[in-house]
Design a protein around this ligand. Structure first.
Ligand code: ATP
Ligand code: ZN
Length: 303
């Protein structure tokens, strides 16, 4: 028996992304790298898909899990922090309705517990009976439960980091990337509750055949786009005898294509490298005997 179809049949796919904010531009670039383009509407809330029947809805990131759960949107690009929080808050013991389909490699941050610099941190038991300010109450409560700690969760929708200075809370649980905001507020991160990044979120259930076909096509392109995003094609020449030295120096490379160019010995190689091809690495390869080194960007890949 197949799982239930989560939304009424529709012949276009609708993807929710953040209207403005940290995830807005990278989400659009990723979808554009999958070959999608759109006609913008006047209010810039809805973008009609031109190359494929895949439309965009531009919304606040916090609304994305609910839009997927309600079947208003099919997929969404949202932080794992927001998706997990919404999942915990909605589930109430019921079956989940959305899930993470892919991690996207941008928007990296962590949900951390931070306490005033002056605290001598010895462990979660120090939080017993304390007030912790957060915009992620469900994630925080879950973590406190696993630690067996009874603390008071103070729900704030923004400016969580100043809550201790204002006397609203003793500690905070908030997103951290560089840590500069914490330092500016005389706080220090002491525990990580969740490692987060942007994810492609979608329903747990299945789509009707038309949207299932569109999501299959999109996922194949997205996997290709994600795979090549930080990859480069390295081309160079070398003599056959140098291969045992040179090949291990290629950063996270796939099996290279090797072509013989003159006589037995001289070879032209091309290798897809997923690791960083820094100037230093190119200079090392040259010193080891590689010649005519050339690094090319990759536009797309279909395995
Ligand atoms: P919206 O108006 O859409 O509600 P927002 O203020 O909630 O916007 P942003 O600050 O743009 O959202 O953050 C969006 C997401 O970016 C976060 O949910 C998180 O996944 C990610 N992110 C990455 N680094 C950070 C950071 N240092 N602080 C906050 N969010 C971060
Ligand atoms: Zn938000």
């Amino acid at each position: 028996m197949s799982p239930p179809v989560t939304a009424p049949a529709r012949d276009r796919l609708r993807i929710a992304i953040q209207k403005s904010g940290r995830l807005a531009d990278p989400a659009r670039s990723l979808l554009a790298a999958c070959g999608l383009s759109w006609r913008e509407s006047r209010d810039r809330l809805f973008c009609f898909g031109e190359t494929l029947p895949i439309d965009l809805l531009l919304v606040r990131d916090d609304d994305i899990p609910g839009l997927i759960a309600d079947g208003v949107c099919d997929l969404g690009v949202v932080g794992r922090n927001v998706l997990t929080e919404a999942g915990l808050a909605r589930s109430g013991g019921g079956a989940p309705v959305f899930r993470e389909w892919r991690s996207l490699g941008f928007g990296g941050c962590r949900l951390a517990l931070a306490v005033p610099d002056a605290w001598d941190w010895q462990g979660a038991q120090q939080l017993a009976g304390k007030r912790i300010a957060t915009s992620y109450p469900a994630l925080l409560r879950q973590w406190l439960d696993t630690q067996g700690i009874d603390a008071n969760v103070v729900l704030l929708s923004g400016s969580v980091e100043i809550a201790p200075r204002l006397g609203q809370a003793d500690a905070i649980c908030d997103l951290v990337s560089s840590g500069a905001t914490l330092v500016a507020n005389q706080l220090k991160a002491v525990e990580t509750l969740l490692e987060s990044e942007a994810v492609l979120a979608g329903p747990v259930g299945e789509f009707d055949p038309v949207r299932a076909g569109l999501t299959d096509l999109l996922m194949r392109r997205m996997d290709g786009a994600l795979r090549v995003r930080n990859s480069k094609l390295l081309m160079f020449q070398a003599t056959r005898g140098l291969l045992p030295t040179l090949l291990p120096m290629l950063p996270d490379a796939e099996e290279p294509t090797v072509m013989q160019i003159d006589g037995e010995d001289r070879l032209a190689l091309q290798a897809l490298c997923h690791g960083a091809l820094t100037w230093q690495r190119l200079e090392e390869l040259k010193r080891a005997g590689a010649r005519g080194l050339m690094v090319l960007p990759i536009e797309g890949m279909l395995a």
